[in-house]
Design a protein. Sequence first.
Lengths: 214, 169
Amino acid sequence: MTAAPGRRLRRAAALALCGLAVIATAGCGSAASAASLGKQQTVGTTAVPVVVVCFNKTQIRPGSYLLACGDGSAYLERLNWAAWGPSSAMASGTFIVNNCTPDCAEGRGIAFGVLAVLWNAQPWPGHAGVRYFTELTMIFTGNRSYTAGGKAYQQPQTVTYPMFKAGGAALLSGTRVAQDHVDDLAGDDDQAGDVVARVAGVAGQQVGDVLLAR
Amino acid sequence: MTASPARSLRKAAALALCGIAVIATAACGAAASAATFGPQRAATTTAVPVVVSCGMKTQVRPGAYTLACADGNVYVSALNWTAWGSSSALASGTYAFNDCTPTCLSGHGHTLPGLVVLWGAQALPGHAGVRYFTEMTVIFTGNRSYTAGGKAYKEPQTLTVPLSQYGGA
Protein backbone atom coordinates (compact mmCIF):
# COMPACT_ATOMS: atom_id res chain seq x y z
CA MET A 1 0.00 0.00 0.00
CA THR A 2 1.45 3.32 -0.97
CA ALA A 3 -1.00 5.53 0.84
CA ALA A 4 -0.69 8.82 -1.01
CA PRO A 5 3.00 9.33 -0.48
CA GLY A 6 3.07 12.33 -2.77
CA ARG A 7 1.43 14.72 -0.46
CA ARG A 8 3.23 13.51 2.60
CA LEU A 9 6.51 13.58 0.79
CA ARG A 10 5.98 17.09 -0.45
CA ARG A 11 5.14 18.03 3.06
CA ALA A 12 8.33 16.36 4.21
CA ALA A 13 10.22 18.43 1.71
CA ALA A 14 8.62 21.57 2.98
CA LEU A 15 9.43 20.60 6.50
CA ALA A 16 12.99 19.86 5.67
CA LEU A 17 13.34 23.44 4.64
CA CYS A 18 12.12 24.69 7.86
CA GLY A 19 15.21 24.55 10.01
CA LEU A 20 15.32 26.64 13.11
CA ALA A 21 12.12 27.68 14.63
CA VAL A 22 12.88 29.56 17.73
CA ILE A 23 16.30 30.88 18.41
CA ALA A 24 16.94 33.19 21.22
CA THR A 25 19.50 35.86 21.63
CA ALA A 26 21.99 37.01 24.16
CA GLY A 27 20.51 38.34 27.33
CA CYS A 28 17.92 35.61 27.63
CA GLY A 29 18.86 35.35 31.22
CA SER A 30 18.74 31.61 31.50
CA ALA A 31 22.31 31.06 32.48
CA ALA A 32 20.78 29.02 35.25
CA SER A 33 19.86 26.32 32.83
CA ALA A 34 23.44 26.17 31.71
CA ALA A 35 24.54 25.61 35.23
CA SER A 36 21.94 22.95 35.83
CA LEU A 37 22.99 20.88 32.91
CA GLY A 38 23.07 17.63 34.75
CA LYS A 39 25.57 14.85 35.06
CA GLN A 40 28.64 15.02 32.93
CA GLN A 41 31.25 12.47 32.18
CA THR A 42 34.68 13.63 31.22
CA VAL A 43 36.37 11.36 28.77
CA GLY A 44 39.85 11.16 27.40
CA THR A 45 41.00 9.32 24.34
CA THR A 46 38.34 6.81 23.52
CA ALA A 47 37.13 4.62 20.71
CA VAL A 48 33.75 6.28 20.53
CA PRO A 49 33.30 9.92 19.66
CA VAL A 50 32.43 12.47 22.31
CA VAL A 51 30.24 15.51 22.29
CA VAL A 52 31.87 18.78 23.18
CA VAL A 53 29.94 20.79 25.71
CA CYS A 54 30.23 24.47 26.55
CA PHE A 55 33.10 25.19 26.75
CA ASN A 56 35.63 22.69 25.51
CA LYS A 57 34.62 19.84 27.78
CA THR A 58 33.84 16.40 26.46
CA GLN A 59 31.12 13.97 27.40
CA ILE A 60 29.59 10.71 26.39
CA ARG A 61 25.91 9.98 26.96
CA PRO A 62 25.22 13.33 28.66
CA GLY A 63 21.94 13.60 30.51
CA SER A 64 21.39 17.02 29.04
CA TYR A 65 23.07 19.17 26.45
CA LEU A 66 23.19 22.92 26.05
CA LEU A 67 22.86 24.03 22.44
CA ALA A 68 23.06 27.77 22.99
CA CYS A 69 26.30 28.24 24.91
CA GLY A 70 25.93 32.01 25.07
CA ASP A 71 22.64 32.26 26.91
CA GLY A 72 21.20 28.84 27.62
CA SER A 73 18.10 29.59 25.60
CA ALA A 74 18.00 26.20 23.87
CA TYR A 75 18.95 22.86 25.31
CA LEU A 76 18.18 19.17 25.45
CA GLU A 77 17.35 17.42 28.68
CA ARG A 78 16.21 14.05 30.00
CA LEU A 79 18.35 12.35 27.40
CA ASN A 80 17.97 8.60 27.45
CA TRP A 81 20.62 7.10 25.19
CA ALA A 82 19.66 4.04 23.19
CA ALA A 83 22.93 3.90 21.29
CA TRP A 84 26.35 5.53 21.42
CA GLY A 85 28.56 4.00 18.76
CA PRO A 86 31.64 4.81 16.68
CA SER A 87 29.68 6.69 14.04
CA SER A 88 26.35 7.69 15.55
CA ALA A 89 24.37 8.00 18.76
CA MET A 90 20.68 8.37 19.53
CA ALA A 91 18.66 9.40 22.55
CA SER A 92 15.09 10.26 23.30
CA GLY A 93 14.65 13.43 25.27
CA THR A 94 13.14 16.88 25.52
CA PHE A 95 14.13 19.94 23.54
CA ILE A 96 13.51 23.16 25.41
CA VAL A 97 13.69 26.53 23.75
CA ASN A 98 12.93 30.02 24.96
CA ASN A 99 10.08 31.61 22.99
CA CYS A 100 11.62 35.05 23.62
CA THR A 101 8.18 36.62 23.87
CA PRO A 102 7.83 39.49 24.52
CA ASP A 103 11.59 39.33 24.82
CA CYS A 104 14.02 36.65 25.77
CA ALA A 105 14.38 37.82 29.35
CA GLU A 106 10.67 37.45 29.89
CA GLY A 107 10.10 34.54 27.58
CA ARG A 108 9.24 31.07 28.70
CA GLY A 109 10.68 27.72 27.76
CA ILE A 110 8.68 25.50 25.43
CA ALA A 111 9.29 21.74 25.56
CA PHE A 112 9.12 19.32 22.66
CA GLY A 113 9.59 15.56 22.64
CA VAL A 114 12.45 14.63 20.32
CA LEU A 115 14.85 11.98 19.23
CA ALA A 116 18.36 13.42 19.18
CA VAL A 117 20.74 11.81 16.72
CA LEU A 118 24.46 12.63 16.75
CA TRP A 119 26.51 11.83 13.67
CA ASN A 120 29.45 12.78 11.44
CA ALA A 121 32.28 12.10 13.90
CA GLN A 122 35.43 14.08 13.10
CA PRO A 123 38.81 14.47 14.79
CA TRP A 124 38.60 17.04 17.56
CA PRO A 125 41.18 19.69 16.65
CA GLY A 126 44.00 19.87 19.13
CA HIS A 127 43.14 16.59 20.83
CA ALA A 128 44.94 13.68 19.22
CA GLY A 129 42.92 10.53 19.08
CA VAL A 130 39.65 12.14 20.10
CA ARG A 131 36.72 12.38 17.72
CA TYR A 132 33.59 14.39 18.32
CA PHE A 133 30.16 14.43 16.75
CA THR A 134 29.77 17.40 14.43
CA GLU A 135 26.08 17.14 13.55
CA LEU A 136 22.93 16.96 15.60
CA THR A 137 19.61 16.03 14.03
CA MET A 138 16.49 16.35 16.12
CA ILE A 139 13.35 14.51 15.09
CA PHE A 140 10.22 16.00 16.64
CA THR A 141 8.21 12.97 17.67
CA GLY A 142 5.23 14.57 19.37
CA ASN A 143 3.50 17.90 19.41
CA ARG A 144 5.25 20.45 17.20
CA SER A 145 2.87 23.39 17.54
CA TYR A 146 3.29 26.33 19.84
CA THR A 147 2.25 29.93 20.15
CA ALA A 148 4.42 32.95 20.75
CA GLY A 149 3.14 36.47 20.97
CA GLY A 150 -0.34 35.31 20.04
CA LYS A 151 0.81 33.73 16.80
CA ALA A 152 0.80 30.03 16.06
CA TYR A 153 3.96 28.31 14.91
CA GLN A 154 4.97 24.79 14.18
CA GLN A 155 8.34 23.16 14.43
CA PRO A 156 9.50 21.32 11.32
CA GLN A 157 9.62 17.53 11.39
CA THR A 158 13.39 17.60 11.79
CA VAL A 159 16.15 20.12 12.33
CA THR A 160 19.86 19.56 11.83
CA TYR A 161 22.45 21.70 13.54
CA PRO A 162 26.22 21.69 13.06
CA MET A 163 27.98 21.30 16.40
CA PHE A 164 30.89 23.51 17.34
CA LYS A 165 34.28 22.17 18.30
CA ALA A 166 34.13 24.39 21.39
CA GLY A 167 30.72 23.07 22.36
CA GLY A 168 27.11 23.80 21.58
CA ALA A 169 25.45 24.01 18.22
CA ALA A 170 25.17 26.57 15.47
CA LEU A 171 22.21 28.48 16.76
CA LEU A 172 22.52 31.93 15.35
CA SER A 173 21.78 34.71 17.75
CA GLY A 174 19.39 37.59 17.42
CA THR A 175 16.89 35.68 15.37
CA ARG A 176 13.57 34.05 15.64
CA VAL A 177 11.94 32.41 12.70
CA ALA A 178 8.50 33.23 11.46
CA GLN A 179 7.32 29.90 10.22
CA ASP A 180 4.94 31.36 7.67
CA HIS A 181 7.90 32.80 5.81
CA VAL A 182 9.42 29.39 5.68
CA ASP A 183 6.22 27.95 4.33
CA ASP A 184 6.27 30.52 1.56
CA LEU A 185 9.72 29.42 0.70
CA ALA A 186 8.78 25.78 0.68
CA GLY A 187 6.03 26.53 -1.76
CA ASP A 188 8.37 27.49 -4.56
CA ASP A 189 10.88 24.69 -4.23
CA ASP A 190 13.89 25.33 -2.12
CA GLN A 191 15.98 27.75 -4.09
CA ALA A 192 16.40 30.38 -1.45
CA GLY A 193 17.54 28.02 1.25
CA ASP A 194 20.40 26.73 -0.80
CA VAL A 195 21.40 30.12 -2.08
CA VAL A 196 21.55 31.58 1.37
CA ALA A 197 23.42 28.54 2.57
CA ARG A 198 26.10 29.07 0.01
CA VAL A 199 26.48 32.68 0.93
CA ALA A 200 26.72 31.98 4.61
CA GLY A 201 28.62 28.76 4.30
CA VAL A 202 26.43 26.87 6.75
CA ALA A 203 23.85 24.19 6.31
CA GLY A 204 21.01 25.59 4.24
CA GLN A 205 18.00 24.74 6.26
CA GLN A 206 19.11 26.68 9.27
CA VAL A 207 20.59 29.76 7.73
CA GLY A 208 17.91 30.05 5.14
CA ASP A 209 15.29 30.23 7.79
CA VAL A 210 17.16 32.64 9.93
CA LEU A 211 17.77 35.11 7.18
CA LEU A 212 14.27 34.81 5.88
CA ALA A 213 12.91 35.72 9.23
CA ARG A 214 14.54 39.10 9.15
CA MET B 1 23.32 23.75 -7.91
CA THR B 2 20.23 23.99 -5.89
CA ALA B 3 19.11 20.68 -7.12
CA SER B 4 15.65 21.02 -5.78
CA PRO B 5 14.89 18.31 -3.25
CA ALA B 6 11.24 19.14 -3.50
CA ARG B 7 11.36 18.05 -7.05
CA SER B 8 13.23 14.89 -6.23
CA LEU B 9 10.65 14.14 -3.60
CA ARG B 10 7.86 14.62 -6.04
CA LYS B 11 9.83 12.28 -8.18
CA ALA B 12 9.98 9.79 -5.39
CA ALA B 13 6.26 10.14 -5.03
CA ALA B 14 5.93 9.61 -8.71
CA LEU B 15 8.10 6.56 -8.36
CA ALA B 16 5.76 5.07 -5.90
CA LEU B 17 2.91 5.65 -8.27
CA CYS B 18 4.63 4.49 -11.37
CA GLY B 19 4.51 0.96 -10.11
CA ILE B 20 1.97 -0.99 -12.02
CA ALA B 21 3.64 -0.68 -15.38
CA VAL B 22 6.83 -2.00 -14.00
CA ILE B 23 5.59 -4.56 -11.65
CA ALA B 24 5.84 -7.46 -13.99
CA THR B 25 9.39 -6.78 -14.98
CA ALA B 26 12.60 -7.15 -13.14
CA ALA B 27 13.92 -4.00 -14.72
CA CYS B 28 13.73 -1.91 -11.60
CA GLY B 29 15.35 -4.61 -9.59
CA ALA B 30 12.72 -4.48 -6.94
CA ALA B 31 11.60 -8.02 -6.81
CA ALA B 32 15.20 -9.02 -6.56
CA SER B 33 15.93 -6.76 -3.67
CA ALA B 34 12.90 -8.04 -1.87
CA ALA B 35 14.20 -11.53 -2.30
CA THR B 36 17.62 -10.68 -0.93
CA PHE B 37 16.23 -9.19 2.22
CA GLY B 38 19.07 -10.25 4.45
CA PRO B 39 18.72 -11.34 8.05
CA GLN B 40 15.11 -11.45 9.06
CA ARG B 41 13.58 -12.56 12.25
CA ALA B 42 9.91 -13.26 12.36
CA ALA B 43 8.66 -11.29 15.30
CA THR B 44 5.99 -12.75 17.50
CA THR B 45 4.40 -10.88 20.33
CA THR B 46 7.30 -8.96 21.72
CA ALA B 47 8.13 -5.97 23.82
CA VAL B 48 9.83 -4.13 21.00
CA PRO B 49 7.96 -2.78 17.99
CA VAL B 50 8.26 -4.39 14.57
CA VAL B 51 8.23 -3.11 11.04
CA VAL B 52 5.82 -4.57 8.51
CA SER B 53 7.36 -5.73 5.25
CA CYS B 54 5.68 -5.51 1.85
CA GLY B 55 4.78 -9.17 2.24
CA MET B 56 3.00 -8.14 5.45
CA LYS B 57 5.47 -10.03 7.59
CA THR B 58 6.59 -8.45 10.83
CA GLN B 59 10.31 -7.99 11.24
CA VAL B 60 12.86 -6.73 13.70
CA ARG B 61 16.25 -5.48 12.59
CA PRO B 62 15.68 -6.23 8.89
CA GLY B 63 18.70 -6.02 6.62
CA ALA B 64 16.67 -4.05 4.10
CA TYR B 65 13.23 -2.46 3.92
CA THR B 66 11.24 -1.58 0.81
CA LEU B 67 9.38 1.71 0.99
CA ALA B 68 7.64 1.51 -2.39
CA CYS B 69 5.90 -1.82 -2.25
CA ALA B 70 4.23 -1.45 -5.62
CA ASP B 71 7.45 -1.53 -7.57
CA GLY B 72 10.36 -1.56 -5.16
CA ASN B 73 11.73 1.64 -6.61
CA VAL B 74 12.60 3.06 -3.21
CA TYR B 75 14.17 1.12 -0.36
CA VAL B 76 16.75 1.25 2.40
CA SER B 77 19.34 -1.50 2.59
CA ALA B 78 22.67 -2.59 4.07
CA LEU B 79 21.11 -1.80 7.41
CA ASN B 80 23.36 -2.17 10.42
CA TRP B 81 21.25 -1.75 13.53
CA THR B 82 22.86 -0.18 16.58
CA ALA B 83 19.64 0.10 18.56
CA TRP B 84 16.17 -1.44 18.41
CA GLY B 85 14.29 -0.36 21.47
CA SER B 86 10.77 0.03 22.73
CA SER B 87 10.26 3.45 21.20
CA SER B 88 12.93 3.91 18.51
CA ALA B 89 15.53 2.16 16.41
CA LEU B 90 18.70 3.34 14.69
CA ALA B 91 20.70 1.87 11.82
CA SER B 92 23.31 3.01 9.38
CA GLY B 93 22.69 1.99 5.81
CA THR B 94 21.84 3.26 2.37
CA TYR B 95 18.82 4.86 0.75
CA ALA B 96 18.31 3.61 -2.77
CA PHE B 97 15.88 4.76 -5.41
CA ASN B 98 15.22 4.64 -9.11
CA ASP B 99 15.26 8.11 -10.68
CA CYS B 100 12.63 6.97 -13.22
CA THR B 101 14.21 9.20 -15.86
CA PRO B 102 13.03 9.14 -18.54
CA THR B 103 10.89 6.25 -17.34
CA CYS B 104 11.12 3.86 -14.46
CA LEU B 105 11.95 1.05 -16.83
CA SER B 106 14.95 2.87 -18.20
CA GLY B 107 15.79 4.88 -15.10
CA HIS B 108 18.93 4.66 -13.03
CA GLY B 109 19.38 3.57 -9.46
CA HIS B 110 21.05 5.86 -6.95
CA THR B 111 22.38 4.94 -3.56
CA LEU B 112 22.99 7.51 -0.82
CA PRO B 113 24.47 6.78 2.62
CA GLY B 114 22.39 7.60 5.64
CA LEU B 115 21.13 6.84 9.10
CA VAL B 116 17.71 5.26 9.38
CA VAL B 117 15.62 6.11 12.43
CA LEU B 118 12.35 4.33 13.20
CA TRP B 119 9.90 5.90 15.64
CA GLY B 120 6.26 6.54 16.36
CA ALA B 121 5.45 3.03 17.63
CA GLN B 122 1.72 2.26 17.52
CA ALA B 123 -0.44 -0.79 18.03
CA LEU B 124 -0.53 -2.92 14.89
CA PRO B 125 -4.21 -3.31 14.00
CA GLY B 126 -5.36 -6.90 14.08
CA HIS B 127 -2.33 -8.12 15.99
CA ALA B 128 -2.95 -8.00 19.70
CA GLY B 129 0.08 -6.99 21.69
CA VAL B 130 2.15 -6.08 18.64
CA ARG B 131 3.35 -2.56 17.99
CA TYR B 132 4.96 -1.34 14.80
CA PHE B 133 7.01 1.70 13.89
CA THR B 134 4.87 4.17 11.96
CA GLU B 135 7.56 6.66 10.94
CA MET B 136 10.94 6.43 9.28
CA THR B 137 13.39 9.31 9.15
CA VAL B 138 16.42 9.02 6.91
CA ILE B 139 19.31 11.34 7.76
CA PHE B 140 21.59 11.71 4.78
CA THR B 141 25.11 11.60 6.14
CA GLY B 142 27.21 11.83 3.01
CA ASN B 143 26.71 12.77 -0.60
CA ARG B 144 23.17 13.90 -1.32
CA SER B 145 23.58 14.96 -4.92
CA TYR B 146 22.82 13.01 -8.05
CA THR B 147 22.05 13.64 -11.68
CA ALA B 148 19.14 12.31 -13.66
CA GLY B 149 18.52 13.06 -17.30
CA GLY B 150 21.41 15.50 -17.32
CA LYS B 151 19.98 17.57 -14.48
CA ALA B 152 21.44 17.90 -11.00
CA TYR B 153 19.36 17.13 -7.93
CA LYS B 154 20.03 17.14 -4.24
CA GLU B 155 18.16 15.36 -1.51
CA PRO B 156 17.24 17.37 1.59
CA GLN B 157 19.15 16.77 4.82
CA THR B 158 16.46 14.44 6.10
CA LEU B 159 13.48 12.58 4.75
CA THR B 160 10.59 11.46 6.94
CA VAL B 161 8.00 9.04 5.59
CA PRO B 162 5.07 7.37 7.33
CA LEU B 163 5.16 3.58 7.35
CA SER B 164 2.07 1.59 6.51
CA GLN B 165 0.56 -1.14 8.62
CA TYR B 166 0.39 -3.08 5.34
CA GLY B 167 4.11 -2.71 4.69
CA GLY B 168 6.24 -0.09 3.01
CA ALA B 169 5.60 3.63 3.17
